[in-house]
Design a protein around this ligand. Structure first.
Ligand SMILES: [Zn+2]
Length: 224
């Protein structure tokens, strides 16, 4: 891919990183954003010890799927393996975002999935937002437990850790990261004052269809 195009993608990583920071989904030194580089089995990712408020294009790290850094300078995020696992198994994914957003992380500590509580949740994310089993960050295992919890969907909660989302575009992945946090907050709040009413699965096919047509980014054969 031409240098110009890669520079454009570096800008997109910086914009997405600044966007999730300004929305309060991450603090400095936590979480990460990556964007796929064409069909090259490569991606661009935020660096380790990332400072969202001062991040610049030249700090973004270019990585091959096999873990080889393709740019000099900063080291990649130590959670890069999480991103590699998703890009490798889901060719349609263009952007992966990992956050430690507060309400979703609260649910991750008590190991609660978010059942289907709103229609919007199905359209953008695919349905329930499931909790992974525990995977130690920075290991291959972390990527595997994330993939399992994601299944065919676009967002999951990582046990005792945070959130993983993916999208067909950076804008779509940012939206998914915001939505996971919003549903976590709503579900958490509902649990404080009563027994949440869940939506009834057999009435929801039209929303699942919208998800499959508009926002699903897994291989087709994974979809029900
Ligand atoms: Zn993390």
């Amino acid at each position: 891919m031409e240098t110009e195009k890669i520079e454009e993608l570096r800008n997109s990583v910086v914009d997405a990183a600044k966007s999730i920071f300004s929305k309060g989904l991450v603090e400095n030194n936590e979480g990460n954003v990556s964007i796929r580089v064409g069909r090259n089995e490569e991606y661009l990712i935020t660096p380790t010890a990332n400072q969202y408020d001062t991040i610049t294009e030249d700090q973004i790290v270019h990585m091959a799927f096999d873990g080889t850094p393709l740019s000099s300078g900063k080291l990649p995020s130590s959670e890069a393996k999480l991103h590699t696992a998703i890009f490798k198994s889901r060719p349609k994914v263009q952007c992966v975002i990992h956050t430690h957003s507060t309400y979703a992380t609260i649910l991750s500590i008590v190991r609660k999935s978010i059942p289907i509580i709103m229609e919007e949740q199905i359209i953008y994310l695919g349905g329930s937002i499931d909790i992974s089993s525990y995977g130690e960050a920075h290991t291959d295992d972390f990527g595997e437990v994330a993939l399992k919890a994601l299944g065919y969907k676009n967002g999951a909660i990582l046990a005792n850790h945070g959130v993983i989302v993916c999208g067909k575009s950076a804008a779509n992945a940012i939206k998914n990261a915001e939505l996971v946090e919003k549903f976590a907050k709503i579900y958490w709040g509902s649990l404080q004052i009563g027994e949440p009413h869940l939506l009834i699965e057999e009435n929801l096919e039209r929303f699942h269809k919208m998800f499959r047509q508009l926002f699903a980014n897994c291989p087709k054969k994974w979809l029900k």
